[in-house]
Design a protein around this ligand. Sequence first.
Ligand code: HEM
Length: 480
Amino acid sequence: TDTTTHPAPPGPRRLPLIGNLHQLDLSVSHHRLWQLSQLHGPLMSLRLGLTPALVISSAKTAREAIRAHDLEFSNRPSLVGQQKLSYGGLDMAFAPYGEHWKQNRRISAENLLNPKRVQSFRPIREDEVSKMVERISEAAAASRSQLVDLSETLLFLTASLICRIAFGRNYLVEPEPRIHVLRSVREAMVVFGSICFEDHFGWVGSVVDKVTGLSSKLQRVFVELDSFYEVMIRDHLEKKREQEDRDDFIDVLLRMGEDRSGSVHVSRDHIKAMLTDIFIGATDTNAATLAWAMTSLKKNPRVMDKAQREIRSLVGSKGFVDEDDLLSLPYLKAVVKETLRLYPPAPLLLPRETTGRCILSGYEIRPKTLVYINAWAIGRDSEYWESAEEFRPERFLDSDVDFRGQSFELVPFGCGRRVCPGASLGVVTLELALANLLYSFDWELPEGMKEEDVDTEATPGNTIHKKIPLCLRAKVKNYA
Ligand code: HEM
Protein backbone atom coordinates (compact mmCIF):
# COMPACT_ATOMS: atom_id res chain seq x y z
CA THR A 1 0.00 0.00 0.00
CA ASP A 2 0.98 3.58 -0.64
CA THR A 3 2.23 5.08 2.61
CA THR A 4 3.49 8.40 1.27
CA THR A 5 1.47 11.42 2.23
CA HIS A 6 -0.93 12.88 -0.26
CA PRO A 7 -2.95 16.05 0.04
CA ALA A 8 -6.68 15.97 0.66
CA PRO A 9 -8.82 16.90 -2.36
CA PRO A 10 -9.37 20.64 -2.72
CA GLY A 11 -12.60 22.23 -1.61
CA PRO A 12 -14.28 25.48 -0.67
CA ARG A 13 -13.17 27.43 2.40
CA ARG A 14 -14.73 26.37 5.67
CA LEU A 15 -16.22 28.38 8.45
CA PRO A 16 -15.29 27.51 12.01
CA LEU A 17 -17.49 24.82 13.50
CA ILE A 18 -20.06 24.48 10.72
CA GLY A 19 -17.49 23.90 7.96
CA ASN A 20 -19.32 24.05 4.62
CA LEU A 21 -22.84 23.40 5.84
CA HIS A 22 -23.88 26.96 5.02
CA GLN A 23 -23.07 26.31 1.36
CA LEU A 24 -25.59 23.55 0.96
CA ASP A 25 -28.80 25.06 -0.18
CA LEU A 26 -31.00 22.25 0.99
CA SER A 27 -33.56 22.54 -1.74
CA VAL A 28 -31.14 21.79 -4.54
CA SER A 29 -27.95 20.42 -3.04
CA HIS A 30 -26.98 18.46 -6.17
CA HIS A 31 -27.09 21.74 -8.09
CA ARG A 32 -25.15 23.68 -5.48
CA LEU A 33 -22.55 20.93 -5.25
CA TRP A 34 -22.23 20.92 -9.02
CA GLN A 35 -21.54 24.66 -9.03
CA LEU A 36 -18.93 24.26 -6.29
CA SER A 37 -17.29 21.41 -8.19
CA GLN A 38 -16.88 23.69 -11.21
CA LEU A 39 -14.68 25.86 -9.00
CA HIS A 40 -12.89 23.19 -6.97
CA GLY A 41 -12.79 20.15 -9.22
CA PRO A 42 -14.54 16.81 -9.69
CA LEU A 43 -13.06 15.49 -6.45
CA MET A 44 -13.97 17.96 -3.77
CA SER A 45 -13.56 17.97 0.00
CA LEU A 46 -16.17 19.44 2.29
CA ARG A 47 -16.67 19.44 6.00
CA LEU A 48 -20.23 19.19 7.26
CA GLY A 49 -19.95 20.18 10.90
CA LEU A 50 -17.74 17.46 12.32
CA THR A 51 -18.10 15.14 9.32
CA PRO A 52 -15.49 15.05 6.54
CA ALA A 53 -17.16 14.66 3.16
CA LEU A 54 -16.16 14.06 -0.44
CA VAL A 55 -18.11 14.88 -3.58
CA ILE A 56 -17.44 13.06 -6.85
CA SER A 57 -18.73 15.00 -9.84
CA SER A 58 -17.24 13.58 -13.03
CA ALA A 59 -17.48 10.28 -14.89
CA LYS A 60 -13.71 9.89 -14.76
CA THR A 61 -13.40 10.21 -10.98
CA ALA A 62 -16.45 7.99 -10.43
CA ARG A 63 -14.87 5.33 -12.64
CA GLU A 64 -11.58 5.53 -10.79
CA ALA A 65 -13.27 5.36 -7.39
CA ILE A 66 -15.45 2.37 -8.25
CA ARG A 67 -13.10 0.43 -10.55
CA ALA A 68 -10.08 0.69 -8.27
CA HIS A 69 -11.66 1.09 -4.84
CA ASP A 70 -15.18 -0.32 -4.93
CA LEU A 71 -14.79 -1.99 -1.56
CA GLU A 72 -13.55 1.18 0.15
CA PHE A 73 -16.59 3.04 -1.21
CA SER A 74 -19.20 0.39 -0.42
CA ASN A 75 -20.22 1.30 3.08
CA ARG A 76 -23.16 3.48 4.02
CA PRO A 77 -22.95 6.10 6.76
CA SER A 78 -25.01 5.64 9.88
CA LEU A 79 -27.24 8.72 9.58
CA VAL A 80 -30.06 9.36 12.06
CA GLY A 81 -33.00 9.51 9.61
CA GLN A 82 -31.93 6.52 7.59
CA GLN A 83 -31.20 4.48 10.70
CA LYS A 84 -34.61 5.19 12.11
CA LEU A 85 -36.56 4.30 8.98
CA SER A 86 -34.45 1.21 8.30
CA TYR A 87 -34.93 -0.20 11.82
CA GLY A 88 -31.30 0.42 12.65
CA GLY A 89 -29.86 -0.55 9.26
CA LEU A 90 -31.54 -3.98 9.15
CA ASP A 91 -32.48 -3.35 5.52
CA MET A 92 -30.38 -3.42 2.37
CA ALA A 93 -30.06 0.23 1.31
CA PHE A 94 -28.75 1.57 4.61
CA ALA A 95 -27.10 -1.52 6.06
CA PRO A 96 -23.36 -1.30 6.57
CA TYR A 97 -21.33 -3.26 4.05
CA GLY A 98 -21.03 -6.83 5.30
CA GLU A 99 -22.73 -10.22 5.69
CA HIS A 100 -26.16 -8.93 6.67
CA TRP A 101 -26.26 -6.64 3.62
CA LYS A 102 -25.11 -9.45 1.31
CA GLN A 103 -27.75 -11.76 2.66
CA ASN A 104 -30.47 -9.14 2.11
CA ARG A 105 -29.37 -8.59 -1.48
CA ARG A 106 -29.46 -12.34 -2.03
CA ILE A 107 -32.97 -12.70 -0.53
CA SER A 108 -34.33 -9.87 -2.67
CA ALA A 109 -32.64 -11.07 -5.84
CA GLU A 110 -33.79 -14.66 -5.45
CA ASN A 111 -37.37 -13.87 -4.55
CA LEU A 112 -38.23 -10.60 -6.23
CA LEU A 113 -35.76 -8.73 -8.37
CA ASN A 114 -34.05 -11.23 -10.67
CA PRO A 115 -34.95 -10.91 -14.38
CA LYS A 116 -37.10 -14.06 -14.44
CA ARG A 117 -39.16 -12.91 -11.49
CA VAL A 118 -39.44 -9.42 -12.89
CA GLN A 119 -40.72 -10.95 -16.14
CA SER A 120 -43.31 -13.00 -14.23
CA PHE A 121 -44.92 -9.80 -12.93
CA ARG A 122 -45.72 -8.65 -16.47
CA PRO A 123 -49.50 -9.25 -16.17
CA ILE A 124 -49.64 -7.10 -13.03
CA ARG A 125 -47.77 -4.26 -14.71
CA GLU A 126 -49.96 -4.39 -17.80
CA ASP A 127 -53.11 -4.52 -15.68
CA GLU A 128 -52.18 -1.56 -13.46
CA VAL A 129 -51.04 0.55 -16.42
CA SER A 130 -54.31 -0.11 -18.27
CA LYS A 131 -56.24 0.79 -15.14
CA MET A 132 -54.38 4.09 -15.03
CA VAL A 133 -55.21 4.74 -18.69
CA GLU A 134 -58.86 3.93 -17.97
CA ARG A 135 -58.99 6.32 -15.02
CA ILE A 136 -57.50 9.14 -17.09
CA SER A 137 -59.89 8.41 -19.99
CA GLU A 138 -62.92 8.45 -17.70
CA ALA A 139 -61.89 11.75 -16.16
CA ALA A 140 -61.33 13.20 -19.64
CA ALA A 141 -64.74 11.99 -20.80
CA ALA A 142 -66.44 13.51 -17.76
CA SER A 143 -64.97 16.93 -18.30
CA ARG A 144 -63.04 18.35 -21.24
CA SER A 145 -61.39 20.98 -19.11
CA GLN A 146 -60.23 18.79 -16.25
CA LEU A 147 -56.48 18.61 -15.71
CA VAL A 148 -54.69 15.39 -14.83
CA ASP A 149 -52.23 15.80 -11.98
CA LEU A 150 -49.60 13.53 -13.46
CA SER A 151 -47.27 13.69 -10.47
CA GLU A 152 -50.02 12.29 -8.26
CA THR A 153 -51.37 9.82 -10.82
CA LEU A 154 -47.92 8.35 -11.38
CA LEU A 155 -47.14 8.04 -7.69
CA PHE A 156 -50.37 6.11 -7.24
CA LEU A 157 -49.47 3.89 -10.19
CA THR A 158 -45.97 2.99 -8.99
CA ALA A 159 -47.08 2.41 -5.40
CA SER A 160 -50.01 0.23 -6.50
CA LEU A 161 -47.68 -1.74 -8.72
CA ILE A 162 -45.13 -2.56 -6.07
CA CYS A 163 -47.87 -3.40 -3.57
CA ARG A 164 -49.31 -6.01 -5.91
CA ILE A 165 -45.93 -7.29 -7.08
CA ALA A 166 -44.24 -7.63 -3.73
CA PHE A 167 -47.03 -7.62 -1.15
CA GLY A 168 -49.73 -9.57 -2.96
CA ARG A 169 -52.49 -6.96 -3.22
CA ASN A 170 -52.99 -3.24 -3.61
CA TYR A 171 -52.98 -2.24 0.03
CA LEU A 172 -53.45 1.42 -0.93
CA VAL A 173 -57.08 0.74 -1.73
CA GLU A 174 -58.04 -2.57 -0.14
CA PRO A 175 -59.23 -3.97 2.17
CA GLU A 176 -59.67 -0.27 2.96
CA PRO A 177 -58.33 2.99 1.47
CA ARG A 178 -54.87 3.88 2.71
CA ILE A 179 -53.75 6.50 0.23
CA HIS A 180 -52.33 8.70 2.98
CA VAL A 181 -49.34 6.37 3.19
CA LEU A 182 -48.08 7.97 -0.02
CA ARG A 183 -47.56 11.21 1.85
CA SER A 184 -45.24 9.35 4.22
CA VAL A 185 -43.25 7.95 1.31
CA ARG A 186 -42.65 11.48 0.05
CA GLU A 187 -41.81 12.75 3.50
CA ALA A 188 -39.40 9.89 4.09
CA MET A 189 -37.43 10.96 1.03
CA VAL A 190 -37.40 14.55 2.24
CA VAL A 191 -36.09 13.41 5.62
CA PHE A 192 -33.39 11.33 3.90
CA GLY A 193 -32.30 14.39 1.97
CA SER A 194 -32.40 16.84 4.89
CA ILE A 195 -29.38 17.90 6.84
CA CYS A 196 -29.89 16.38 10.25
CA PHE A 197 -27.78 18.33 12.74
CA GLU A 198 -27.37 15.36 15.05
CA ASP A 199 -25.39 13.66 12.26
CA HIS A 200 -22.87 16.47 12.14
CA PHE A 201 -22.80 17.91 15.68
CA GLY A 202 -23.70 14.97 17.93
CA TRP A 203 -26.07 15.60 20.83
CA VAL A 204 -25.83 19.38 20.45
CA GLY A 205 -27.21 18.92 16.95
CA SER A 206 -30.03 16.74 18.22
CA VAL A 207 -31.31 19.73 20.18
CA VAL A 208 -31.39 21.74 16.95
CA ASP A 209 -33.31 18.93 15.20
CA LYS A 210 -35.91 19.05 17.94
CA VAL A 211 -36.29 22.78 17.51
CA THR A 212 -36.55 22.61 13.71
CA GLY A 213 -39.16 19.87 13.97
CA LEU A 214 -37.10 17.33 12.03
CA SER A 215 -37.12 14.83 14.91
CA SER A 216 -40.89 14.85 15.29
CA LYS A 217 -41.40 14.64 11.54
CA LEU A 218 -39.12 11.61 11.44
CA GLN A 219 -41.04 9.97 14.27
CA ARG A 220 -44.37 10.64 12.56
CA VAL A 221 -43.22 9.18 9.24
CA PHE A 222 -41.77 6.17 11.01
CA VAL A 223 -45.02 5.44 12.89
CA GLU A 224 -47.15 5.79 9.76
CA LEU A 225 -44.98 3.51 7.66
CA ASP A 226 -44.54 1.03 10.49
CA SER A 227 -48.29 0.67 10.93
CA PHE A 228 -48.69 0.17 7.18
CA TYR A 229 -46.22 -2.72 7.30
CA GLU A 230 -47.95 -4.15 10.38
CA VAL A 231 -51.29 -4.18 8.54
CA MET A 232 -49.76 -6.06 5.60
CA ILE A 233 -47.94 -8.54 7.79
CA ARG A 234 -51.03 -9.25 9.91
CA ASP A 235 -53.07 -9.74 6.78
CA HIS A 236 -50.57 -12.29 5.52
CA LEU A 237 -50.44 -14.11 8.84
CA GLU A 238 -54.21 -14.25 9.29
CA LYS A 239 -55.55 -14.98 5.86
CA LYS A 240 -52.92 -17.40 4.71
CA ARG A 241 -53.80 -15.68 1.43
CA GLU A 242 -56.11 -18.24 -0.10
CA GLN A 243 -57.01 -15.78 -2.85
CA GLU A 244 -53.48 -15.76 -4.25
CA ASP A 245 -51.88 -18.72 -5.89
CA ARG A 246 -48.36 -17.51 -5.43
CA ASP A 247 -46.14 -16.66 -2.51
CA ASP A 248 -45.30 -13.00 -2.40
CA PHE A 249 -42.26 -11.34 -0.85
CA ILE A 250 -43.92 -10.97 2.56
CA ASP A 251 -44.78 -14.70 2.62
CA VAL A 252 -41.17 -15.53 1.84
CA LEU A 253 -39.85 -13.29 4.61
CA LEU A 254 -42.39 -14.56 7.14
CA ARG A 255 -41.47 -18.14 6.37
CA MET A 256 -37.80 -17.36 6.86
CA GLY A 257 -38.77 -15.78 10.17
CA GLU A 258 -40.58 -18.92 11.29
CA ASP A 259 -37.78 -21.24 10.30
CA ARG A 260 -35.60 -21.28 13.39
CA SER A 261 -33.38 -24.01 11.96
CA GLY A 262 -32.31 -21.98 8.93
CA SER A 263 -29.05 -20.11 8.72
CA VAL A 264 -30.82 -16.78 8.36
CA HIS A 265 -32.61 -15.27 11.32
CA VAL A 266 -35.31 -12.90 10.17
CA SER A 267 -36.93 -10.80 12.91
CA ARG A 268 -40.11 -8.72 12.56
CA ASP A 269 -38.02 -5.54 12.36
CA HIS A 270 -35.83 -7.13 9.73
CA ILE A 271 -38.93 -7.91 7.64
CA LYS A 272 -40.24 -4.37 8.01
CA ALA A 273 -36.85 -2.91 7.09
CA MET A 274 -36.84 -4.97 3.89
CA LEU A 275 -40.38 -3.84 3.09
CA THR A 276 -39.26 -0.23 3.50
CA ASP A 277 -36.55 -0.62 0.87
CA ILE A 278 -38.83 -2.26 -1.62
CA PHE A 279 -41.84 -0.02 -1.06
CA ILE A 280 -40.01 3.30 -1.00
CA GLY A 281 -37.28 2.28 -3.47
CA ALA A 282 -39.79 1.27 -6.13
CA THR A 283 -42.42 3.94 -5.61
CA ASP A 284 -40.75 7.29 -5.41
CA THR A 285 -37.93 6.95 -7.95
CA ASN A 286 -40.16 5.53 -10.66
CA ALA A 287 -42.90 8.09 -10.15
CA ALA A 288 -40.44 10.99 -10.16
CA THR A 289 -38.76 9.76 -13.35
CA LEU A 290 -42.06 9.36 -15.18
CA ALA A 291 -43.13 12.88 -14.22
CA TRP A 292 -39.77 14.24 -15.41
CA ALA A 293 -40.15 12.35 -18.69
CA MET A 294 -43.58 13.88 -19.31
CA THR A 295 -42.25 17.31 -18.30
CA SER A 296 -39.33 17.03 -20.72
CA LEU A 297 -41.57 15.83 -23.53
CA LYS A 298 -44.02 18.64 -22.97
CA LYS A 299 -41.16 21.13 -23.15
CA ASN A 300 -39.85 19.51 -26.34
CA PRO A 301 -42.77 19.04 -28.75
CA ARG A 302 -40.47 17.70 -31.47
CA VAL A 303 -39.42 14.79 -29.25
CA MET A 304 -42.97 14.18 -28.02
CA ASP A 305 -44.20 14.01 -31.57
CA LYS A 306 -41.45 11.64 -32.69
CA ALA A 307 -42.00 9.32 -29.71
CA GLN A 308 -45.76 9.25 -30.28
CA ARG A 309 -45.35 8.54 -33.98
CA GLU A 310 -43.01 5.64 -33.26
CA ILE A 311 -45.43 4.05 -30.80
CA ARG A 312 -48.59 4.69 -32.78
CA SER A 313 -47.23 3.38 -36.05
CA LEU A 314 -46.09 0.17 -34.35
CA VAL A 315 -49.15 -0.47 -32.22
CA GLY A 316 -51.82 0.84 -34.58
CA SER A 317 -55.37 0.38 -33.32
CA LYS A 318 -54.55 -2.53 -30.97
CA GLY A 319 -55.59 -0.42 -27.98
CA PHE A 320 -52.67 -0.99 -25.63
CA VAL A 321 -48.87 -1.07 -25.78
CA ASP A 322 -47.80 -4.39 -24.26
CA GLU A 323 -44.37 -5.43 -23.08
CA ASP A 324 -43.53 -7.29 -26.30
CA ASP A 325 -44.00 -4.02 -28.18
CA LEU A 326 -41.37 -2.33 -26.03
CA LEU A 327 -38.67 -4.34 -27.80
CA SER A 328 -39.48 -2.53 -31.04
CA LEU A 329 -39.51 0.99 -29.60
CA PRO A 330 -35.90 2.21 -29.64
CA TYR A 331 -36.84 5.90 -29.54
CA LEU A 332 -39.06 5.44 -26.50
CA LYS A 333 -36.20 3.64 -24.75
CA ALA A 334 -33.90 6.52 -25.66
CA VAL A 335 -36.41 8.99 -24.17
CA VAL A 336 -36.29 7.07 -20.89
CA LYS A 337 -32.49 7.10 -20.89
CA GLU A 338 -32.34 10.79 -21.71
CA THR A 339 -34.74 11.51 -18.85
CA LEU A 340 -32.55 9.56 -16.44
CA ARG A 341 -29.46 11.42 -17.69
CA LEU A 342 -30.89 14.89 -17.07
CA TYR A 343 -33.15 14.05 -14.12
CA PRO A 344 -31.71 11.12 -12.21
CA PRO A 345 -34.39 10.90 -9.50
CA ALA A 346 -31.78 10.30 -6.81
CA PRO A 347 -29.28 12.95 -7.99
CA LEU A 348 -26.71 12.21 -5.28
CA LEU A 349 -27.46 8.45 -5.27
CA LEU A 350 -27.48 7.26 -1.67
CA PRO A 351 -24.63 8.51 0.49
CA ARG A 352 -21.61 6.25 0.92
CA GLU A 353 -18.95 6.12 3.60
CA THR A 354 -15.37 5.02 3.03
CA THR A 355 -14.22 1.91 4.88
CA GLY A 356 -10.48 2.58 4.60
CA ARG A 357 -7.83 5.00 3.40
CA CYS A 358 -7.30 5.21 -0.34
CA ILE A 359 -5.59 7.39 -2.91
CA LEU A 360 -7.75 8.82 -5.67
CA SER A 361 -6.32 10.99 -8.48
CA GLY A 362 -3.30 11.63 -6.25
CA TYR A 363 -5.40 12.77 -3.27
CA GLU A 364 -5.77 11.03 0.01
CA ILE A 365 -9.25 9.94 1.03
CA ARG A 366 -9.55 9.04 4.69
CA PRO A 367 -11.62 6.31 6.26
CA LYS A 368 -15.10 7.27 7.47
CA THR A 369 -15.46 10.05 4.89
CA LEU A 370 -19.05 10.70 3.79
CA VAL A 371 -19.20 10.35 0.00
CA TYR A 372 -21.69 11.82 -2.45
CA ILE A 373 -21.56 10.75 -6.08
CA ASN A 374 -23.30 13.50 -8.02
CA ALA A 375 -25.10 11.55 -10.76
CA TRP A 376 -26.89 14.73 -11.82
CA ALA A 377 -23.55 16.48 -12.46
CA ILE A 378 -22.09 13.39 -14.14
CA GLY A 379 -25.01 13.37 -16.62
CA ARG A 380 -23.92 16.87 -17.63
CA ASP A 381 -20.18 16.16 -17.75
CA SER A 382 -19.08 18.04 -20.86
CA GLU A 383 -16.26 15.60 -21.50
CA TYR A 384 -18.88 12.99 -22.41
CA TRP A 385 -22.04 14.83 -23.31
CA GLU A 386 -22.38 17.24 -26.20
CA SER A 387 -24.90 20.05 -25.63
CA ALA A 388 -25.48 18.42 -22.29
CA GLU A 389 -28.42 20.61 -21.27
CA GLU A 390 -30.42 19.69 -24.36
CA PHE A 391 -33.08 16.98 -24.15
CA ARG A 392 -32.06 15.01 -27.22
CA PRO A 393 -32.83 11.24 -27.03
CA GLU A 394 -31.19 10.72 -30.46
CA ARG A 395 -27.83 10.72 -28.69
CA PHE A 396 -28.62 7.20 -27.47
CA LEU A 397 -29.80 5.70 -30.74
CA ASP A 398 -26.41 4.59 -31.99
CA SER A 399 -24.73 4.36 -28.66
CA ASP A 400 -24.01 1.47 -26.36
CA VAL A 401 -23.86 3.58 -23.20
CA ASP A 402 -25.21 1.44 -20.42
CA PHE A 403 -27.27 3.08 -17.72
CA ARG A 404 -27.23 0.42 -15.04
CA GLY A 405 -23.79 1.04 -13.63
CA GLN A 406 -21.37 -0.18 -16.31
CA SER A 407 -20.79 3.15 -18.08
CA PHE A 408 -19.76 5.76 -15.57
CA GLU A 409 -20.98 8.72 -17.60
CA LEU A 410 -24.57 7.63 -16.87
CA VAL A 411 -25.24 6.40 -13.34
CA PRO A 412 -28.91 7.03 -12.43
CA PHE A 413 -28.98 3.61 -10.72
CA GLY A 414 -25.61 4.11 -9.04
CA CYS A 415 -22.60 1.91 -9.61
CA GLY A 416 -20.39 -0.73 -8.04
CA ARG A 417 -21.52 -3.19 -5.40
CA ARG A 418 -24.20 -0.84 -4.13
CA VAL A 419 -25.82 -0.41 -7.54
CA CYS A 420 -29.63 -0.42 -7.49
CA PRO A 421 -30.89 -4.02 -7.43
CA GLY A 422 -34.29 -2.91 -8.76
CA ALA A 423 -33.08 -1.48 -12.08
CA SER A 424 -34.69 -4.16 -14.29
CA LEU A 425 -38.05 -3.74 -12.61
CA GLY A 426 -37.64 0.03 -12.68
CA VAL A 427 -36.82 0.28 -16.39
CA VAL A 428 -39.63 -1.94 -17.67
CA THR A 429 -42.12 -0.06 -15.49
CA LEU A 430 -40.93 3.28 -16.85
CA GLU A 431 -41.08 2.14 -20.46
CA LEU A 432 -44.49 0.51 -20.23
CA ALA A 433 -46.17 3.37 -18.38
CA LEU A 434 -44.67 6.07 -20.59
CA ALA A 435 -45.47 4.21 -23.81
CA ASN A 436 -49.12 3.93 -22.86
CA LEU A 437 -49.44 7.54 -21.73
CA LEU A 438 -48.11 8.59 -25.13
CA TYR A 439 -50.14 6.08 -27.10
CA SER A 440 -53.52 6.71 -25.50
CA PHE A 441 -53.53 10.48 -25.13
CA ASP A 442 -52.45 13.74 -26.63
CA TRP A 443 -51.31 15.98 -23.83
CA GLU A 444 -52.25 19.63 -23.76
CA LEU A 445 -51.08 22.44 -21.57
CA PRO A 446 -53.54 24.29 -19.35
CA GLU A 447 -55.16 27.34 -20.95
CA GLY A 448 -52.74 30.21 -21.49
CA MET A 449 -49.59 28.23 -20.75
CA LYS A 450 -46.77 27.85 -23.25
CA GLU A 451 -44.18 25.08 -23.59
CA GLU A 452 -41.45 27.31 -22.24
CA ASP A 453 -43.55 28.03 -19.13
CA VAL A 454 -43.30 24.40 -18.01
CA ASP A 455 -40.74 24.69 -15.26
CA THR A 456 -38.22 22.15 -14.02
CA GLU A 457 -37.86 23.33 -10.45
CA ALA A 458 -37.26 20.47 -8.03
CA THR A 459 -38.30 19.72 -4.46
CA PRO A 460 -35.72 19.09 -1.75
CA GLY A 461 -35.06 15.51 -0.68
CA ASN A 462 -33.19 12.40 -1.60
CA THR A 463 -35.46 11.98 -4.61
CA ILE A 464 -36.12 15.07 -6.67
CA HIS A 465 -39.67 15.70 -7.73
CA LYS A 466 -41.07 18.47 -9.82
CA LYS A 467 -41.88 21.21 -7.32
CA ILE A 468 -45.05 22.35 -9.05
CA PRO A 469 -46.97 19.16 -9.89
CA LEU A 470 -47.26 18.53 -13.61
CA CYS A 471 -50.90 19.07 -14.57
CA LEU A 472 -51.95 18.52 -18.18
CA ARG A 473 -55.14 17.98 -20.09
CA ALA A 474 -55.51 14.52 -21.58
CA LYS A 475 -57.16 14.30 -24.97
CA VAL A 476 -58.11 10.71 -25.69
CA LYS A 477 -56.64 9.54 -28.98
CA ASN A 478 -59.27 7.88 -31.09
CA TYR A 479 -57.98 4.99 -33.21
CA ALA A 480 -61.33 3.91 -34.64
C1 HEM B 1 -36.35 4.47 -11.85
C2 HEM B 1 -36.16 3.55 -10.97
C3 HEM B 1 -35.05 3.53 -9.96
C4 HEM B 1 -33.96 4.36 -9.82
C5 HEM B 1 -33.56 5.53 -10.69
C6 HEM B 1 -33.21 3.89 -8.68
C7 HEM B 1 -32.04 4.46 -8.22
C8 HEM B 1 -31.27 3.96 -7.19
C9 HEM B 1 -30.00 4.54 -6.76
C10 HEM B 1 -29.34 5.75 -7.37
C11 HEM B 1 -29.54 3.79 -5.74
C12 HEM B 1 -28.23 3.99 -4.97
C13 HEM B 1 -27.12 3.26 -5.67
C14 HEM B 1 -25.74 3.60 -5.18
O1 HEM B 1 -25.54 3.96 -4.01
O2 HEM B 1 -24.81 3.48 -6.01
C15 HEM B 1 -30.50 2.73 -5.51
C16 HEM B 1 -30.37 1.76 -4.55
C17 HEM B 1 -31.36 0.88 -4.24
N1 HEM B 1 -32.55 0.70 -4.93
FE1 HEM B 1 -33.15 1.67 -6.59
N2 HEM B 1 -33.84 2.81 -8.14
C18 HEM B 1 -34.97 2.54 -8.89
C19 HEM B 1 -35.87 1.52 -8.72
C20 HEM B 1 -35.80 0.62 -7.67
C21 HEM B 1 -36.74 -0.45 -7.48
C22 HEM B 1 -37.88 -0.81 -8.44
C23 HEM B 1 -36.36 -1.10 -6.32
C24 HEM B 1 -36.95 -2.29 -5.63
C25 HEM B 1 -38.04 -2.89 -5.91
C26 HEM B 1 -35.18 -0.41 -5.81
C27 HEM B 1 -34.51 -0.76 -4.66
C28 HEM B 1 -33.27 -0.26 -4.29
C29 HEM B 1 -32.51 -0.74 -3.13
C30 HEM B 1 -32.93 -1.83 -2.16
C31 HEM B 1 -31.29 -0.03 -3.11
C32 HEM B 1 -30.13 -0.17 -2.12
C33 HEM B 1 -29.02 -1.04 -2.67
C34 HEM B 1 -27.84 -1.21 -1.73
O3 HEM B 1 -27.50 -0.30 -0.98
O4 HEM B 1 -27.25 -2.30 -1.75
N3 HEM B 1 -34.87 0.61 -6.65
N4 HEM B 1 -31.54 2.86 -6.41
